[in-house]
Every structure is written in structure tokens, then in C-alpha cells.
Design a protein around this ligand. Structure first.
Ligand code: ATP
Ligand code: MG
Length: 582
């Protein structure tokens, strides 16, 4: 400790909101270099290397081979795949001295595809799985929580190459099982959820989420075992209802009711329902957005959904595409569309057949025969008993309504429950998108050229360090699980007496000789300072040699449980070795 390059800090950095960020900085594991960009100090790096080692072992165990690409990449492959544009502002772009365009790789599908294309040409070469553990760059809109969401971060990315769909299925399964082993070994609680594949396209896709109350991702689970990212949840489509007996639609005055709450209140007061009360669920809310694809023209989009639900921004983004800018209608947008009366917009002015020609997509619950209270496209008026399929026909459906606890799981496995987590790994069947864009083909058994099908598999390695910290820290500091701690044991000499220091030194050395990784606190600091530092630094076991050495006793503390036991100095090394080896 007297030589280790570390300083523990009394205060958490002002920008650190989550415990892992606070403790990793306070314990001297990482230091901020710029927003979302961190340096790794000796303790942090040792811990990071252990996470990497687990990832490498499990990748090698399924026969994946490690390569290493540059982070500084040419533009052309990313143009061929369209991601130079689609990634938008999230790419760090730069120019070389000749004016050539480069980027710092956000992920490497293109480069792997091209590498395999360069060297392989036959089905006999496949299947193949390659991976790297490498630094990635994304100019995240909201870098946060230290290394949990950085702008520079370390990812393990792997890619599988197969000649046919059955091969891809098998490769996907192999990687999935490797991921299960990786995350079991990292030791935080995780769930595997169905996911959308986002901007990359492709079909089957799952995410491994660390279960964390302050995670950014919401996922759902059902008692019957369904689990999905909120973006991937679909609404079970109700059957169309008969509407022969439905009354004709009628426009009613509903003054000053531009919100769902005021509308429900006005409806109940001025136009009471025959039975029961009007509720928000009886209303059809129409929400307008301006959507702008990268480099393209802005276009309006109207979304119709039951008034008791909000549009979920993440679900909307997943449907429209991460690369597309989505903005709520502004006053200027309304000014450009005088037919749209803010607060009173109804299906009458929406849809590609309407006079506005604005595309109108509705929640899947809005099926033929459902009856709604909705805007009448006139100030202070709403229309009642407006029947879908009779009085209006949307252009299609869209899955963007918020998912709520108690909603039915799409597979009929019971009511959904909501929970929070953070994405640690993502596996998906890319299919032929990249191989097609970049021309990766091989000769099959019949001598015919076929496009290779790919899978892509990522683990957030640096994020995993934060997740493990988040999971194991407490109000005193870090508390690493054994398999990941930078050192197995911290030996604390609690006193300044020469004999005590010598004995502590000897214990530390004997432990090291037995293959235990020891951090020896040989500093001249007070016992209190040393104990507090041991708690902040988080090694799983602390061995204290102090006053009771005179009675032949040392203390062995377990950082995670706080338990302390007295151990005879003569048995100390054996005891500690047994503790560490479990
Ligand atoms: P997120 O939804 O959290 O932004 P993503 O969908 O962009 O993640 P992928 O492109 O699938 O992530 O990347 C693979 C893995 O890399 C993720 O599962 C995550 O663990 C990690 N990762 C992604 N972005 C970051 C980041 N900004 N900082 C740290 N790790 C990240
Ligand atoms: Mg991301």
C-alpha cells in the first residue's frame, strides 16, 4: 500500500449519481478524463483484466478465436452498410491530414465481415466465430454513471459466420450458452430478455440485463416465464367487435378540454354515459410527431392510442429507428397544419387518405368495432361513438403505447410485472444484412455462391465492472466477489511496532508464496485509516494483525458480510488460504 498508485477520496465526485460510480472513483479505481471518458488506475485495471479473462475463457471454450481490429477505421465499409449515416451523431468522426474521413469504431460488424470476405471463400471454411476485446467509441447523448455508460468503453464483440440458417441457429445457441456461463461467473443477478434488434435489423435477439433498481432499461416478466425488453413487448390483438348496434357518431361540445383529464371530466358532466362513467380508456388520444431520417426530409406522424396510456419514447424509437430524429409537434408544426386543432385532433384529419395526408398509426388495441371519444377537429368539440372500421380507418398499427404492470403477456403466460435493469450483453441473429451489403459470399456444397449468414454478440466488459460494483458495494465502499477482486486479501498491520510490522510482512509473504494475491497495508497510517481504506477498496478478506498479536491472535474479516473471527497466528496462513479457495 505504501507503493501502490492509489488515493482514496473522502468525497464522491459531484457528478456521480450512482454508487458504483462514486465508489470506483473514491477507491481510486478510475479517474475521469472527460465526460464519459475514464482512465483506469492499477486497482481498476486489475479488476477489469479479471472480467476480460472470464470472457476470453468462455469464448475460447466455444471455439471462438480472438482477433483485434483498430479502433480508428476508414469510412467506406460504414458507408456500404449505411451506418456512416444511420449512426448519426453517435459516431466520433475525424479527418486525416489528407482530408480522408475516418471514424472511431462504435462496433465492428463491417470490419469482421470484410476480413472474412478477404480470406474465406468456401462453405468448408465455415462455421467460424471470431471475437475481440476492444475499445469502442460512441458519442452517447447522455453519458452517465461513470463507466456504466461511457463514450469510450470496452466491449467484447463476437461474430459468427455460417452458410445457412440452421448453422446460424446453432452458432447463436453456442454463444448464448457461453454468455450464460460468463454472466454466472461474474456473479450479479441477471435476466435474459427478448429484445428488438434495433437499427441493425435481423430477427432473433436477446439481451442479458443485470437486475438493478437504478438501471436505465425497463423489462417485463410474467409468472409463466416470459421476459422481454419493454421495446419488444407486443400487445395481444383483441378480436374485432361487432358494431351493427352501435349508435351513429355524434359531435358534442366539450369546452376547455384539451387534455384527457379535462375531457373525461367534461364528458361525465355534460354527456354522461348511459351506464357507468367515462374514463380515460374510453378516449382515443392522437399524438403528433415530426420524424426526420438522417439526411432526409421531415415528415409528420400521428399515433392514436387509448387515452389512459402515454407514448413510450423508447418503444417509439425502437419502431421508427434509433437513427431517426423524433420530435413532438411544436407550435410551428401546428401553425403549418391549420387543420390540426391542438387538443381536439381526431381521426377525421389524419391518415394518408385524409386532407392532411399525415400517416396515422394506432395502438393494436384500436381494432375494428371499438368505439371512442376523440377530437372532432374543431375548437371545444369532441366526437362520441366514433367506431374504428366504420367511421375511420387508420393506416396501420404501431407498438408504442406504454407497457403497464398487469398487462397480459403476449404469449398468454400471465400478467406482466415491470422491473429495471441494465444491458450487459446482447446476442442477435444478424442474418445476411451485412454480408449482403459488403458482398460476403462463399461457394456452397453444390458450387453455388451463397451469401453468408451472421450473428453478432456483445458484452459490455467495462460496464460489467460497474455492474459488479453496483451489485456488491455497500455504504462503506466496494465489496468485490472473490473471483473478481483485484487482490484476494488485504493484510493490515494495525500498529507501528516493529515486531508487528515484521510479523505482518511475513504473513503477507507466506500467503503470496501460496499463490494468494495480497495487498499489504504497510503504511505508517493509523489503524482507523487503514480499516476505512480496506473497506473502501473492497478486497473480500482482510487480515488484521494488531494488539492481540501478543496473545497469538489475528483477526480475519469478511468484507461482504462484515463477519470477523479471531484466528491463532500459527493457523493464520492455512485459514486464509482455505477461506480464499473456498
Ligand atoms: P444500450 O442500450 O445500453 O445503449 P446498446 O444496445 O447500444 O446498449 P450494443 O450495441 O448491443 O449496446 O453493445 C453491446 C454491449 O456493449 C451492450 O450490451 C453494453 O453492455 C455495452 N455498451 C453499449 N454502449 C455502452 C456504453 N456507452 N458504455 C459502456 N458499455 C456499453
Ligand atoms: Mg447504445
Amino acid at each position: 500500500m505504501s507503493e501502490l498508485f492509489v488515493r482514496t477520496l473522502r468525497e464522491a465526485p459531484a457528478d456521480a449519481e450512482v454508487p458504483s460510480h462514486q465508489w470506483l472513483v473514491r477507491a481510486g479505481y478510475i479517474r475521469r478524463a472527460a465526460p464519459g471518458i475514464y482512465s483506469w488506475l492499477p486497482l481498476g485495471l486489475k479488476m477489469l483484466r479479471k472480467v476480460e479473462a472470464i470472457v476470453r475463457e468462455e469464448m475460447e471454450a466455444i471455439g471462438a478465436q480472438e482477433v483485434s481490429f483498430p479502433a480508428l477505421l476508414p469510412k467506406e465499409p460504414y458507408e456500404a452498410s449505411n451506418r456512416w449515416t444511420d449512426y448519426g451523431d453517435s459516431i466520433f468522426r475525424l479527418k486525416d491530414r489528407k482530408g480522408g474521413d475516418y471514424l472511431l469504431g462504435p462496433t465492428h460488424e463491417e470490419m469482421f465481415t470484410l476480413l472474412v470476405k478477404d480470406l474465406y471463400s468456401s462453405y468448408k471454411d465455415l462455421p467460424l466465430s471470431l471475437y475481440q476485446v476492444q475499445t469502442k467509441y460512441r458519442d452517447e447523448a447522455r453519458p452517465r454513471a461513470g463507466i456504466l455508460r461511457g463514450r469510450e468503453f470496452i466491449m467484447k464483440d463476437a461474430y459468427s459466420f455460417d452458410v445457412d440458417d440452421a448453422g446460424l441457429q446453432a452458432s447463436y445457441q453456442r454463444h448464448r450458452e457461453a454468455y450464460i456461463r460468463i454472466f454466472d461467473r461474474l456473479g450479479f443477478e441477471y435476466v435474459i430478455v427478448q429484445a428488438t434488434s434495433g437499427a441493425m435489423g435481423g430477427s432473433a435477439s436477446e439481451e442479458f440485463l443485470a437486475v438493478l433498481a437504478n438501471g436505465e432499461d425497463t423489462y417485463v416478466r410474467s409468472p409463466g416465464g416470459y421476459a422481454a425488453n419493454v421495446e419488444a413487448v407486443t400487445v395481444p390483438v383483441p378480436e374485432a367487435l361487432p358494431y351493427d348496434d352501435a349508435p351513429a357518431a355524434h359531435v358534442e361540445d366539450t369546452p376547455d378540454s384539451t387534455t384527457i383529464t379535462t375531457l373525461v371530466e367534461a364528458a361525465n358532466r355534460l354527456h354522461p354515459k348511459a351506464e357507468g362513467e367515462w374514463t380515460a380508456a374510453d378516449t382515443l388520444k392522437n399524438v403528433l410527431f415530426m420524424i426526420t431520417p438522417p439526411g432526409g426530409e421531415s415528415e409528420a406522424l400521428a399515433v392514436g392510442l387509448p387515452g389512459d396510456r402515454e407514448v413510450d419514447a423508447k418503444r417509439l424509437e425502437a419502431q421508427i429507428g434509433e437513427e431517426v430524429a423524433i420530435e413532438p409537434f411544436t407550435d410551428e408544426d401546428f401553425a403549418r397544419h391549420p387543420e390540426l386543432i391542438k387538443g381536439y385532433i381526431g381521426p377525421g384529419v389524419l391518415g394518408s387518405e385524409s386532407k392532411t395526408k399525415i400517416k396515422y398509426l394506432v395502438d393494436p388495441r384500436v381494432v375494428t368495432g371499438t368505439r371512442w371519444v376523440t377530437g372532432a377537429d374543431a375548437e371545444g368539440q369532441h366526437v362520441f361513438d366514433l367506431v374504428c372500421g366504420r367511421d375511420f380507418t387508420p393506416d396501420g398499427t404501431i407498438e408504442v403505447a406504454e407497457v403497464r404492470a398487469g398487462d397480459p403477456a403476449p404469449d398468454g403466460s400471465g400478467p406482466l410485472e415491470l422491473a429495471r435493469g441494465i444491458e450487459m450483453g446482447h446476442i442477435f441473429q444478424l442474418g445476411r444484412t451485412y454480408a449482403e451489403a459488403l458482398g460476403l459470399k462463399v461457394l456452397d456444397q453444390n458450387g453455388k455462391l451463397v451469401t453468408v449468414t451472421m450473428g453478432s454478440y456483445g458484452v459490455g466488459v467495462s460496464r460489467a465492472v460497474a455492474a459488479v460494483a453496483e451489485y456488491s458495494c455497500d455504504d462503506k465502499g466496494l465489496a468485490w466477489p472473490r473471483q473478481l477482486a483485484p487482490f484476494d486479501v488485504q493484510v493490515v498491520a494495525a500498529g507501528k511496532d516493529a515486531a508487528l510490522l515484521e510479523k505482518a510482512q511475513q504473513v503477507a509473504q507466506e500467503l503470496a508464496d501460496r499463490g494468494i494475491e495480497v495487498l499489504f497495508d504497510d503504511r505508517k497510517a493509523s489503524p482507523g485509516v487503514k480499516f476505512a481504506d480496506a473497506e473502501i477498496l473492497g478486497m473480500p478478506t482482510t487480515v488484521v494483525l494488531g494488539k492481540r498479536l501478543a496473545d497469538g491472535l489475528a483477526e480475519v474479516r469478511d468484507r461482504a458480510t462484515g463477519e470477523a473471527v479471531d484466528v491463532a497466528v500459527d493457523d493464520l496462513v492455512e485459514h486464509v488460504v482455505a477461506t480464499v479457495r473456498g
